[in-house]
Design a protein around this ligand. Structure first.
Ligand code: ATP
Ligand code: MG
Length: 383
């Protein structure tokens, strides 16, 4: 393997340049270009079948791109074998060796590479995942979360430049999942290597990653810091895949200073120019549910508003969620924090005004799929 040392020592940002992967006449990954800065935590987020695993497999060398290049720093890895790459993968199925102890599972890679200090390296990796006390156990004697940490240790022990995680938390219950998210983030910060974490859980991607790329149909729809992407989605798909959005199809009819004026299903609303990726013609108007207030009377001086009828009120502890039917027939969602001494006390059938500051609105290109389902009541139900 000496001849491959150049690859293993490749260091720097991971770059995918115009990477396409076709299976027969189906394009799983479509002209994908992205840069993952060295040492960052990058999440690839998208619905089932959008090409996440295929992308990871190409980075790992388990699959070759149909076209395009994959580089780490200035080293072109395209065409090289998996073991030649400074990349390790943690799959959803942990695939630990059942007959080996935890320590031997972790030491397996370094031993195979002939490293004399394999066991010491394994123990260091087990320290990192906080499992040294279980080193003598067999995988079957561990919980799911512990097995997952062994799988991470087994990948980390090889000191890869890039660690790929393909839905490694999918099998865990919600509480353990949250714990492991914090744990993985801590490990990543501690060792400072590049993590690419694949998930279809938007909350997981947002809480863990420095940068989130939202994939759909083999392409990246939007990429950026979680807060920025949540604040300003640039497509209807992202607006509803990353959190929820109230969306309405409309048309831009005028401008007013730094705002666009749009007619959206009978209502006039404003969108800051800087928050709209469309500046004329058809537009999809959007506003996040927590930016929308619910009032019995038409409010004055708050911003834009639309009249509607309450269809559902659900108390969810930190807030109350109102589902309100607006004149277009779409159901909008609004969250009111439970701050008031006197709650609003609304019931289904009540007429209300929904109001929001126009500075919170955003505009994205029209999208037939999103228009067909104007609002997602529960994003979890879509998984
Ligand atoms: N070897 C293959 N031959 C043909 N089609 C494939 C092959 N591997 C993947 N695909 C197709 O490519 C698309 C992307 O698959 P991929 O496994 O990358 O999706 P994913 O985003 O990881 O989805 P999930 O969240 O369900 O794991 C899917 O439609 C899949 O059926
Ligand atoms: Mg997958």
């Amino acid at each position: 393997m000496a001849g491959n040392a150049g690859f293993r020592e490749a260091k720097g940002d991971l770059r995918l340049e115009n990477v396409t992967k076709s299976f027969a006449d189906f394009t799983a990954v479509d002209d994908l270009s992205l840069v993952v800065p060295r040492g960052s935590f990058f999440a690839l987020l998208g619905p089932s079948g959008c090409g996440k695993t295929t992308t990871l497999r190409m980075v790992a060398g388990l699959e070759q791109p149909t076209s395009g290049r994959i580089l780490i720093g200035d080293t072109d890895l395209t065409g090289s074998r998996p073991y030649e790459r400074p990349v390790n993968t943690v799959f959803q199925s942990y695939a630990l060796f059942p007959h080996l102890t935890v320590r031997d599972n972790v030491a397996f890679g370094p031993k195979r590479r002939g490293l004399k200090n394999a066991v010491q390296l394994a123990d260091e990796a087990l320290d990192l995942v906080q499992l040294p006390h279980l080193a003598a156990r067999k995988p079957a004697q561990l919980s799911g979360g512990q097995q997952q940490r062994v799988a991470v240790a087994r990948a980390l022990v090889n000191r890869p430049e890039v660690l790929l995680l393909d839905e490694p938390l999918g099998a865990l219950d919600l509480k353990l999942r949250r714990q492991m998210q914090v744990e993985l983030k801590r490990i990543q910060t501690e060792v400072g290597l590049t993590f690419i974490h694949v998930t279809h859980d938007q909350e997981e991607a947002m809480t863990m990653a420095d940068t989130v790329a939202v994939m759909n149909h083999g392409r990246i729809e939007q990429m950026g810091a979680p807060e920025a992407m949540y604040d300003l989605p640039t497509t209807a798909f992202v607006a509803n895949f990353v959190g929820q959005s109230n969306l309405g199809a409309g048309r831009i009819i005028d401008t007013d200073g730094d705002r666009l004026v749009a007619e959206v299903q009978g209502s006039r609303v404003k969108i800051p120019k800087a928050r709209s990726s469309v500046h004329s013609g058809e537009v999809m108007f959007g506003v996040r549910p927590e930016k929308v207030r619910v009032r019995r009377e038409q409010p004055e001086g708050i911003g834009d508003d639309v009249k509607g009828v309450v269809r559902d009120v659900s108390f969810i502890g930190v807030a109350t969620q109102y589902l309100v039917e607006v004149p277009s027939g779409a159901i909008w969602s609004a969250y009111e924090q439970n701050l008031d001494v006197e709650p609003i006390d609304l019931r289904p059938g009540d007429e209300v005004w929904l109001t929001w500051q126009s500075g919170h609105a955003f505009g994205v290109p029209p999208d037939d799929d999103a228009a067909a389902s104007p609002m997602v009541i529960d994003t979890a139900a879509e998984d």
